[in-house]
Ligand binder design. Sequence first.
Ligand SMILES: N[C@@H](CCC(=O)N[C@@H](CS)C(=O)NCC(=O)O)C(=O)O
Length: 193
Amino acid sequence: MSLVLYDAPRCPYCARVRIVLAEKGIEVDVVEIDLSDRPEWIYEKNPKGRVPVVEEDDGPPLPESAVIMEFLEERYPEPPLLPTDPADRAAVRLLIFRDHDFTDPYYDFRRGEDGAAERLDAALGRFDALLRERPYLGGTEYGLADIAYVPWFLRARDMLGIDLVGFSSVADWLRRLEERPAIAVEAGIVAAL
Ligand SMILES: N[C@@H](CCC(=O)N[C@@H](CS)C(=O)NCC(=O)O)C(=O)O
């Protein structure tokens, strides 16, 4: 079965999919989309014109990074990236569903909006508190919750210059994640942007 990913290196939503593919060792053909000059045909794959999109053989194109992550988890169950207990799985899905809790302040800060630095600081503080209680966002095991958020944390640190000194649990979590080859590759992509 062949898989195609319509991808853009700078896109953190695409990064989610790249990381899941790498963690599971899934072979994929990558078609890079220039986001500043998108081809018209991308709207046939996703009416919103956004990446990521994945396509399996002649199957329908599948957009939306959170949906794609779950699809890959079900299609390629090994190694598992969701906990086994339904309540734990639901907690991971809830975190991913509420990704705007971090991405909104991140984008506000990137746009230089008033008060955004404080909002981003507050969001970092909430994640720091969470990661003080557990090693990974989803609990004791690394998985989709970490993958869903790490693209923005890497970009916040390495592109927006956010200092994580006051958020030692977040900094430790990032260091732990970067020991994984899939995340190290993504950190390299961010460094090259
Ligand atoms: N909700 C989508 C968001 C994807 C998204 O916003 N992708 C951006 C690149 S990071 C994009 O394609 N932007 C082009 C546009 O919005 O026109 C997902 O999770 O996949």
